[in-house]
Design a protein around this ligand. Structure first.
Ligand SMILES: *[C@@H]1O[C@H](CO)[C@@H](O)[C@H](O)[C@H]1NC(C)=O
Ligand SMILES: *[C@@H]1O[C@H](CO)[C@@H](O)[C@H](O)[C@H]1NC(C)=O
Length: 427
Protein backbone atom coordinates (compact mmCIF):
# COMPACT_ATOMS: atom_id res chain seq x y z
CA UNK A 1 0.00 0.00 0.00
CA UNK A 2 1.16 3.46 -0.80
CA UNK A 3 1.77 5.82 2.06
CA UNK A 4 3.71 8.75 0.78
CA UNK A 5 2.07 11.57 -1.05
CA UNK A 6 4.67 11.74 -3.77
CA UNK A 7 4.72 8.07 -4.57
CA UNK A 8 0.97 7.75 -4.20
CA UNK A 9 0.51 10.39 -6.80
CA UNK A 10 2.91 8.84 -9.27
CA UNK A 11 1.00 5.65 -8.75
CA UNK A 12 -2.22 7.45 -9.57
CA UNK A 13 -0.82 8.70 -12.83
CA UNK A 14 0.39 5.35 -13.97
CA UNK A 15 -2.39 3.14 -12.74
CA UNK A 16 -5.55 2.78 -14.68
CA UNK A 17 -7.95 5.10 -13.01
CA UNK A 18 -10.44 5.64 -15.73
CA UNK A 19 -13.95 6.75 -15.31
CA UNK A 20 -16.33 6.04 -18.09
CA UNK A 21 -19.48 7.95 -17.76
CA UNK A 22 -22.18 5.40 -16.99
CA UNK A 23 -19.59 2.65 -17.08
CA UNK A 24 -17.15 2.38 -14.25
CA UNK A 25 -13.98 0.34 -13.98
CA UNK A 26 -12.17 0.15 -10.68
CA UNK A 27 -8.49 1.12 -10.82
CA UNK A 28 -6.08 -1.70 -11.47
CA UNK A 29 -3.26 -1.73 -9.02
CA UNK A 30 -2.09 -3.73 -6.08
CA UNK A 31 -4.91 -2.05 -4.22
CA UNK A 32 -7.39 -3.72 -6.54
CA UNK A 33 -6.55 -7.05 -4.99
CA UNK A 34 -7.09 -5.61 -1.56
CA UNK A 35 -10.46 -4.34 -2.70
CA UNK A 36 -11.34 -7.81 -3.90
CA UNK A 37 -10.27 -9.41 -0.63
CA UNK A 38 -11.88 -6.79 1.54
CA UNK A 39 -14.99 -6.75 -0.59
CA UNK A 40 -15.52 -10.49 -0.43
CA UNK A 41 -17.69 -10.00 2.63
CA UNK A 42 -20.06 -8.12 0.35
CA UNK A 43 -20.96 -11.15 -1.76
CA UNK A 44 -17.90 -12.87 -3.10
CA UNK A 45 -14.72 -11.83 -4.85
CA UNK A 46 -16.27 -10.37 -8.00
CA UNK A 47 -13.08 -8.95 -9.35
CA UNK A 48 -13.72 -8.29 -13.01
CA UNK A 49 -10.17 -7.29 -13.82
CA UNK A 50 -7.31 -9.62 -13.02
CA UNK A 51 -3.96 -8.34 -11.83
CA UNK A 52 -2.23 -9.47 -15.00
CA UNK A 53 -4.40 -8.10 -17.76
CA UNK A 54 -4.56 -6.42 -21.13
CA UNK A 55 -7.48 -4.18 -21.88
CA UNK A 56 -8.43 -1.99 -24.79
CA UNK A 57 -11.03 0.69 -24.14
CA UNK A 58 -12.25 1.38 -27.61
CA UNK A 59 -13.77 4.38 -29.34
CA UNK A 60 -14.52 6.60 -26.36
CA UNK A 61 -13.92 10.32 -26.07
CA UNK A 62 -10.74 10.45 -24.01
CA UNK A 63 -10.64 13.57 -21.85
CA UNK A 64 -7.78 15.06 -19.87
CA UNK A 65 -7.38 18.50 -18.32
CA UNK A 66 -6.43 20.22 -21.58
CA UNK A 67 -7.63 18.14 -24.45
CA UNK A 68 -10.25 15.68 -25.61
CA UNK A 69 -10.23 13.33 -28.60
CA UNK A 70 -11.87 10.15 -29.77
CA UNK A 71 -9.27 7.48 -29.17
CA UNK A 72 -8.56 4.00 -27.87
CA UNK A 73 -6.84 3.46 -24.55
CA UNK A 74 -4.61 0.42 -24.27
CA UNK A 75 -3.85 -0.78 -20.75
CA UNK A 76 -1.39 -3.45 -19.68
CA UNK A 77 -1.17 -4.64 -16.08
CA UNK A 78 -2.67 -1.49 -14.76
CA UNK A 79 -0.53 0.88 -16.81
CA UNK A 80 -1.86 3.04 -19.63
CA UNK A 81 0.47 2.09 -22.49
CA UNK A 82 -1.05 3.97 -25.39
CA UNK A 83 -3.77 6.50 -26.14
CA UNK A 84 -4.43 6.93 -29.86
CA UNK A 85 -7.08 6.26 -32.47
CA UNK A 86 -7.54 2.77 -33.92
CA UNK A 87 -5.19 0.64 -31.87
CA UNK A 88 -5.04 -2.95 -33.15
CA UNK A 89 -4.64 -5.72 -30.60
CA UNK A 90 -4.52 -9.49 -30.47
CA UNK A 91 -7.08 -11.98 -29.18
CA UNK A 92 -5.60 -12.01 -25.69
CA UNK A 93 -6.83 -8.46 -25.07
CA UNK A 94 -10.19 -7.75 -23.52
CA UNK A 95 -11.97 -5.08 -25.55
CA UNK A 96 -14.42 -2.71 -23.93
CA UNK A 97 -16.57 -0.62 -26.21
CA UNK A 98 -16.76 2.98 -25.02
CA UNK A 99 -18.35 4.45 -28.11
CA UNK A 100 -20.39 7.49 -27.20
CA UNK A 101 -18.93 7.68 -23.71
CA UNK A 102 -16.31 9.80 -22.01
CA UNK A 103 -13.14 8.13 -20.74
CA UNK A 104 -11.62 10.19 -17.95
CA UNK A 105 -9.13 9.93 -15.10
CA UNK A 106 -10.65 8.89 -11.79
CA UNK A 107 -11.42 11.71 -9.38
CA UNK A 108 -9.05 12.89 -6.67
CA UNK A 109 -10.78 14.22 -3.56
CA UNK A 110 -8.26 16.54 -1.89
CA UNK A 111 -10.10 16.86 1.44
CA UNK A 112 -11.53 13.97 3.50
CA UNK A 113 -11.74 12.75 7.09
CA UNK A 114 -12.08 8.97 7.30
CA UNK A 115 -11.92 7.20 10.68
CA UNK A 116 -11.39 10.52 12.43
CA UNK A 117 -11.78 10.44 16.19
CA UNK A 118 -14.02 13.08 17.57
CA UNK A 119 -15.86 13.65 20.87
CA UNK A 120 -15.27 10.13 22.11
CA UNK A 121 -16.45 8.48 18.90
CA UNK A 122 -15.23 8.24 15.32
CA UNK A 123 -16.57 9.32 11.93
CA UNK A 124 -18.71 6.46 10.67
CA UNK A 125 -16.82 5.97 7.43
CA UNK A 126 -13.51 4.22 7.93
CA UNK A 127 -10.93 3.89 5.15
CA UNK A 128 -12.68 0.88 3.64
CA UNK A 129 -16.29 2.09 3.64
CA UNK A 130 -15.32 5.64 2.69
CA UNK A 131 -13.16 4.44 -0.19
CA UNK A 132 -15.81 1.97 -1.37
CA UNK A 133 -18.21 4.92 -1.53
CA UNK A 134 -15.59 6.99 -3.36
CA UNK A 135 -15.05 4.27 -5.96
CA UNK A 136 -18.80 3.88 -6.46
CA UNK A 137 -18.88 7.59 -7.29
CA UNK A 138 -15.86 7.65 -9.62
CA UNK A 139 -13.21 8.95 -7.20
CA UNK A 140 -10.10 6.78 -7.20
CA UNK A 141 -7.83 8.69 -4.84
CA UNK A 142 -8.31 10.89 -1.80
CA UNK A 143 -6.13 12.91 0.52
CA UNK A 144 -7.03 12.54 4.19
CA UNK A 145 -5.85 14.65 7.12
CA UNK A 146 -3.68 12.99 9.75
CA UNK A 147 -4.82 14.38 13.11
CA UNK A 148 -1.99 14.56 15.65
CA UNK A 149 -2.48 12.85 19.01
CA UNK A 150 -2.10 15.34 21.84
CA UNK A 151 -0.24 17.51 19.38
CA UNK A 152 2.24 14.76 18.45
CA UNK A 153 2.64 14.42 14.69
CA UNK A 154 4.53 11.14 14.97
CA UNK A 155 1.88 9.50 17.13
CA UNK A 156 -0.81 10.81 14.79
CA UNK A 157 0.97 9.46 11.74
CA UNK A 158 1.37 6.02 13.29
CA UNK A 159 -2.32 5.95 14.19
CA UNK A 160 -3.31 6.84 10.62
CA UNK A 161 -1.03 4.20 9.14
CA UNK A 162 -3.10 1.69 11.14
CA UNK A 163 -6.44 3.26 10.24
CA UNK A 164 -5.53 3.10 6.55
CA UNK A 165 -4.63 -0.60 6.60
CA UNK A 166 -8.05 -1.63 5.27
CA UNK A 167 -7.74 0.68 2.26
CA UNK A 168 -9.00 -0.41 -1.13
CA UNK A 169 -7.73 2.48 -3.26
CA UNK A 170 -4.95 5.05 -3.49
CA UNK A 171 -4.71 7.75 -0.86
CA UNK A 172 -2.36 10.37 0.44
CA UNK A 173 -2.08 12.40 3.64
CA UNK A 174 -2.06 16.02 4.62
CA UNK A 175 -1.47 16.73 8.26
CA UNK A 176 -3.39 18.97 10.63
CA UNK A 177 -1.36 21.02 13.09
CA UNK A 178 -3.34 21.23 16.32
CA UNK A 179 -0.85 23.00 18.56
CA UNK A 180 2.48 24.72 18.06
CA UNK A 181 5.83 24.33 19.81
CA UNK A 182 9.43 23.40 19.01
CA UNK A 183 8.66 19.68 19.05
CA UNK A 184 5.91 20.11 16.45
CA UNK A 185 8.22 22.27 14.35
CA UNK A 186 10.89 19.53 14.43
CA UNK A 187 8.39 16.79 13.68
CA UNK A 188 7.19 18.66 10.60
CA UNK A 189 10.62 18.16 9.10
CA UNK A 190 10.42 14.42 9.77
CA UNK A 191 7.00 14.28 8.11
CA UNK A 192 8.26 16.08 5.00
CA UNK A 193 11.58 14.29 4.68
CA UNK A 194 10.65 10.77 5.79
CA UNK A 195 6.89 10.34 5.53
CA UNK A 196 6.09 12.11 2.29
CA UNK A 197 3.64 14.58 3.85
CA UNK A 198 4.11 18.08 2.54
CA UNK A 199 0.88 19.95 3.23
CA UNK A 200 -0.07 21.16 6.70
CA UNK A 201 -3.37 22.63 7.84
CA UNK A 202 -3.58 25.29 10.54
CA UNK A 203 -6.78 26.14 12.40
CA UNK A 204 -7.82 29.75 12.89
CA UNK A 205 -11.05 28.46 14.49
CA UNK A 206 -11.90 26.04 17.35
CA UNK A 207 -10.88 28.31 20.22
CA UNK A 208 -9.68 26.36 23.23
CA UNK A 209 -8.71 23.28 21.20
CA UNK A 210 -7.11 23.41 17.73
CA UNK A 211 -6.96 27.17 17.23
CA UNK A 212 -3.58 28.85 17.10
CA UNK A 213 -3.05 32.62 17.34
CA UNK A 214 -1.45 34.84 14.71
CA UNK A 215 1.99 34.64 16.28
CA UNK A 216 1.98 30.86 15.99
CA UNK A 217 0.32 30.94 12.58
CA UNK A 218 3.22 33.05 11.34
CA UNK A 219 5.66 30.54 12.87
CA UNK A 220 3.81 27.73 11.09
CA UNK A 221 3.88 29.55 7.75
CA UNK A 222 7.61 30.22 8.15
CA UNK A 223 8.21 26.55 8.86
CA UNK A 224 6.24 25.50 5.78
CA UNK A 225 8.24 27.93 3.71
CA UNK A 226 11.58 26.63 4.98
CA UNK A 227 10.51 23.02 4.34
CA UNK A 228 9.00 23.74 0.95
CA UNK A 229 5.64 22.50 2.25
CA UNK A 230 2.22 23.90 1.47
CA UNK A 231 0.43 25.82 4.23
CA UNK A 232 -3.32 25.29 4.45
CA UNK A 233 -5.82 27.10 6.65
CA UNK A 234 -9.25 26.56 8.10
CA UNK A 235 -10.18 30.23 7.92
CA UNK A 236 -12.72 31.43 10.48
CA UNK A 237 -12.11 33.89 13.30
CA UNK A 238 -12.25 31.54 16.30
CA UNK A 239 -12.50 34.29 18.92
CA UNK A 240 -15.46 35.85 17.14
CA UNK A 241 -17.11 32.45 16.59
CA UNK A 242 -16.84 31.87 20.35
CA UNK A 243 -18.53 35.24 20.94
CA UNK A 244 -21.21 34.44 18.35
CA UNK A 245 -21.98 31.11 20.01
CA UNK A 246 -22.32 32.81 23.39
CA UNK A 247 -24.74 35.30 21.88
CA UNK A 248 -26.93 32.55 20.42
CA UNK A 249 -27.07 30.59 23.66
CA UNK A 250 -27.94 33.79 25.58
CA UNK A 251 -30.78 34.38 23.13
CA UNK A 252 -32.01 30.84 23.76
CA UNK A 253 -31.16 29.65 20.23
CA UNK A 254 -29.84 26.14 20.80
CA UNK A 255 -30.92 24.34 17.58
CA UNK A 256 -28.84 23.69 14.43
CA UNK A 257 -29.80 27.11 12.97
CA UNK A 258 -27.74 28.62 15.80
CA UNK A 259 -24.68 27.03 14.19
CA UNK A 260 -25.03 29.15 11.05
CA UNK A 261 -26.10 32.29 12.94
CA UNK A 262 -23.14 32.11 15.31
CA UNK A 263 -20.45 32.07 12.61
CA UNK A 264 -21.57 34.31 9.70
CA UNK A 265 -19.67 34.73 6.43
CA UNK A 266 -17.88 37.87 7.55
CA UNK A 267 -15.90 35.83 10.10
CA UNK A 268 -14.77 33.55 7.30
CA UNK A 269 -13.90 36.56 5.15
CA UNK A 270 -11.93 38.16 7.98
CA UNK A 271 -9.84 35.07 8.68
CA UNK A 272 -9.31 34.41 4.96
CA UNK A 273 -7.92 37.87 4.32
CA UNK A 274 -5.79 37.70 7.49
CA UNK A 275 -4.32 34.34 6.45
CA UNK A 276 -3.72 35.62 2.92
CA UNK A 277 -1.91 38.72 4.15
CA UNK A 278 0.17 36.83 6.67
CA UNK A 279 1.14 34.34 3.95
CA UNK A 280 2.09 37.29 1.76
CA UNK A 281 4.12 38.74 4.64
CA UNK A 282 5.97 35.43 5.06
CA UNK A 283 6.04 35.03 1.27
CA UNK A 284 4.73 31.49 1.09
CA UNK A 285 1.88 29.95 -0.95
CA UNK A 286 -1.45 29.42 0.81
CA UNK A 287 -4.23 26.86 0.28
CA UNK A 288 -7.59 27.85 1.75
CA UNK A 289 -9.65 24.71 2.46
CA UNK A 290 -13.46 24.65 2.25
CA UNK A 291 -14.19 28.11 0.88
CA UNK A 292 -17.88 28.42 1.78
CA UNK A 293 -18.76 32.10 1.29
CA UNK A 294 -18.59 34.93 -1.20
CA UNK A 295 -16.74 36.87 1.47
CA UNK A 296 -13.83 34.42 1.53
CA UNK A 297 -13.92 33.87 -2.22
CA UNK A 298 -13.64 37.60 -2.93
CA UNK A 299 -10.53 37.86 -0.74
CA UNK A 300 -8.97 35.01 -2.73
CA UNK A 301 -9.94 36.68 -6.00
CA UNK A 302 -8.29 39.94 -4.92
CA UNK A 303 -5.08 38.25 -3.83
CA UNK A 304 -4.81 36.17 -7.00
CA UNK A 305 -5.42 39.23 -9.13
CA UNK A 306 -2.49 40.87 -7.37
CA UNK A 307 -0.34 37.87 -8.29
CA UNK A 308 -0.23 36.10 -4.93
CA UNK A 309 -0.11 32.30 -4.86
CA UNK A 310 -3.40 31.51 -3.14
CA UNK A 311 -5.40 28.39 -3.88
CA UNK A 312 -9.09 28.20 -3.03
CA UNK A 313 -10.89 24.88 -2.55
CA UNK A 314 -14.69 24.93 -2.48
CA UNK A 315 -16.41 21.74 -1.31
CA UNK A 316 -19.35 20.14 -3.02
CA UNK A 317 -21.79 20.89 -0.16
CA UNK A 318 -20.98 24.59 -0.41
CA UNK A 319 -21.40 24.57 -4.17
CA UNK A 320 -24.79 22.86 -4.33
CA UNK A 321 -26.61 23.42 -1.01
CA UNK A 322 -27.89 26.39 0.94
CA UNK A 323 -28.52 26.88 4.65
CA UNK A 324 -32.29 26.45 4.53
CA UNK A 325 -31.91 22.86 5.77
CA UNK A 326 -30.46 24.13 9.05
CA UNK A 327 -33.90 25.60 9.83
CA UNK A 328 -35.68 22.27 9.28
CA UNK A 329 -38.02 21.56 12.22
CA UNK A 330 -36.72 17.99 12.52
CA UNK A 331 -33.44 18.02 14.45
CA UNK A 332 -32.13 14.85 12.81
CA UNK A 333 -32.55 16.39 9.35
CA UNK A 334 -31.17 19.81 10.27
CA UNK A 335 -28.16 18.39 12.12
CA UNK A 336 -27.03 16.54 8.99
CA UNK A 337 -26.14 19.90 7.45
CA UNK A 338 -23.94 21.12 10.31
CA UNK A 339 -20.35 21.64 9.18
CA UNK A 340 -17.78 24.40 9.59
CA UNK A 341 -17.60 26.88 8.04
CA UNK A 342 -21.39 26.58 7.71
CA UNK A 343 -23.30 26.00 4.50
CA UNK A 344 -24.34 29.56 3.61
CA UNK A 345 -27.52 31.31 2.53
CA UNK A 346 -28.65 30.84 -1.05
CA UNK A 347 -26.56 32.97 -3.40
CA UNK A 348 -23.18 32.04 -1.95
CA UNK A 349 -23.38 28.69 -3.74
CA UNK A 350 -23.98 30.32 -7.14
CA UNK A 351 -21.14 32.77 -6.53
CA UNK A 352 -18.79 29.90 -5.66
CA UNK A 353 -19.82 28.07 -8.83
CA UNK A 354 -19.06 31.17 -10.89
CA UNK A 355 -15.69 31.54 -9.16
CA UNK A 356 -14.87 27.93 -9.97
CA UNK A 357 -15.89 28.43 -13.60
CA UNK A 358 -13.70 31.53 -13.97
CA UNK A 359 -10.60 30.13 -12.29
CA UNK A 360 -10.79 32.13 -9.05
CA UNK A 361 -11.19 28.81 -7.22
CA UNK A 362 -9.12 25.88 -8.43
CA UNK A 363 -10.36 22.46 -7.34
CA UNK A 364 -13.27 20.78 -5.57
CA UNK A 365 -13.05 18.75 -2.37
CA UNK A 366 -15.69 17.38 -0.02
CA UNK A 367 -14.49 17.65 3.59
CA UNK A 368 -16.22 14.25 3.81
CA UNK A 369 -16.67 13.75 7.55
CA UNK A 370 -19.74 11.65 8.18
CA UNK A 371 -21.48 11.15 11.52
CA UNK A 372 -24.66 9.16 12.01
CA UNK A 373 -27.81 10.40 13.72
CA UNK A 374 -26.80 8.99 17.12
CA UNK A 375 -23.58 10.97 16.97
CA UNK A 376 -25.27 14.12 15.66
CA UNK A 377 -27.72 13.85 18.58
CA UNK A 378 -24.90 14.69 21.02
CA UNK A 379 -25.97 18.24 20.24
CA UNK A 380 -29.72 17.91 20.53
CA UNK A 381 -29.87 20.53 23.30
CA UNK A 382 -26.91 22.62 22.18
CA UNK A 383 -25.75 23.14 18.58
CA UNK A 384 -22.18 23.60 19.81
CA UNK A 385 -22.07 19.86 20.58
CA UNK A 386 -23.29 18.62 17.18
CA UNK A 387 -20.33 16.88 15.54
CA UNK A 388 -19.41 19.01 12.53
CA UNK A 389 -19.35 17.25 9.20
CA UNK A 390 -21.20 16.27 6.04
CA UNK A 391 -20.74 13.54 3.44
CA UNK A 392 -19.74 13.92 -0.22
CA UNK A 393 -16.94 11.51 -1.16
CA UNK A 394 -19.35 9.42 -3.28
CA UNK A 395 -21.48 12.29 -4.59
CA UNK A 396 -18.80 14.83 -5.55
CA UNK A 397 -18.14 13.67 -9.12
CA UNK A 398 -21.75 13.51 -10.26
CA UNK A 399 -22.84 16.66 -8.43
CA UNK A 400 -20.01 18.70 -9.95
CA UNK A 401 -20.92 17.23 -13.33
CA UNK A 402 -24.59 18.17 -12.93
CA UNK A 403 -23.98 21.58 -11.43
CA UNK A 404 -21.06 22.73 -13.52
CA UNK A 405 -20.97 20.79 -16.82
CA UNK A 406 -24.65 20.10 -17.48
CA UNK A 407 -25.43 23.73 -16.68
CA UNK A 408 -22.87 24.84 -19.27
CA UNK A 409 -20.62 26.63 -16.79
CA UNK A 410 -17.51 24.58 -17.53
CA UNK A 411 -16.21 22.27 -20.25
CA UNK A 412 -15.55 18.56 -19.89
CA UNK A 413 -11.80 19.21 -19.82
CA UNK A 414 -12.29 21.75 -17.01
CA UNK A 415 -14.24 19.09 -15.16
CA UNK A 416 -11.27 16.73 -15.30
CA UNK A 417 -8.96 19.49 -14.12
CA UNK A 418 -10.94 20.57 -11.08
CA UNK A 419 -12.09 17.14 -9.91
CA UNK A 420 -8.84 15.29 -10.58
CA UNK A 421 -5.64 16.62 -12.09
CA UNK A 422 -5.33 20.02 -10.39
CA UNK A 423 -4.23 18.53 -7.07
CA UNK A 424 -1.30 16.84 -8.82
CA UNK A 425 -0.29 20.04 -10.53
CA UNK A 426 -0.25 21.91 -7.22
CA UNK A 427 2.09 19.40 -5.68
C1 LIG B 1 -2.82 13.53 26.26
O1 LIG B 1 -2.20 14.26 27.29
C2 LIG B 1 -2.91 14.24 28.50
C3 LIG B 1 -2.24 15.21 29.48
O2 LIG B 1 -0.88 15.34 29.23
C4 LIG B 1 -2.95 12.80 29.03
O3 LIG B 1 -3.64 12.75 30.23
C5 LIG B 1 -3.63 11.92 28.00
O4 LIG B 1 -3.60 10.58 28.39
C6 LIG B 1 -2.97 12.06 26.63
N1 LIG B 1 -3.76 11.36 25.65
C7 LIG B 1 -3.25 10.51 24.77
C8 LIG B 1 -4.19 9.89 23.81
O5 LIG B 1 -2.06 10.25 24.73
C1 LIG C 1 -24.02 5.30 15.02
O1 LIG C 1 -22.74 4.78 15.24
C2 LIG C 1 -22.51 4.38 16.60
C3 LIG C 1 -21.05 4.03 16.72
O2 LIG C 1 -20.66 3.11 15.76
C4 LIG C 1 -23.45 3.25 16.94
O3 LIG C 1 -23.27 2.87 18.30
C5 LIG C 1 -24.90 3.71 16.72
O4 LIG C 1 -25.79 2.65 16.93
C6 LIG C 1 -25.08 4.24 15.31
N1 LIG C 1 -26.40 4.82 15.19
C7 LIG C 1 -27.19 4.62 14.12
C8 LIG C 1 -28.48 5.35 14.10
O5 LIG C 1 -26.87 3.90 13.19
Amino acid sequence: MIHSMASAFTHQLTSVALLLLLLYFPPISESNNLFCDAGSEYGGPQCGIQSSSKILIKGGTVVNAHHQQIADVYVEDGIVVAVQPNINVGDDVKVLDATGKFVMPGGIDPHTHLAMEFMGSETIDDFFSGQAAALAGGTTMHIDFVIPINGSLTAGFEAYEKKAKNSCMDYGFHMAITKWDEVVSDEMEVMVKEKGINSFKFFMAYKGSFMINDELLIEGFKRCKSLGALAMVHAENGDAVFEGQKRMIELGITGPEGHALSRPPLLEGEATTRAIRLAEFVNTPLYVVHVMSMDAMEEIAKARKAGQRVIGEPVVSGLVLDDSWLWHSDFVTAAKYVMSPPIRASGHNKALQAALATGILQLVGTDHCAFNSTQKAFGIDDFRKIPNGVNGIEERMHLVWDTMVESGQISVTDYVRLTSTEWGRLK
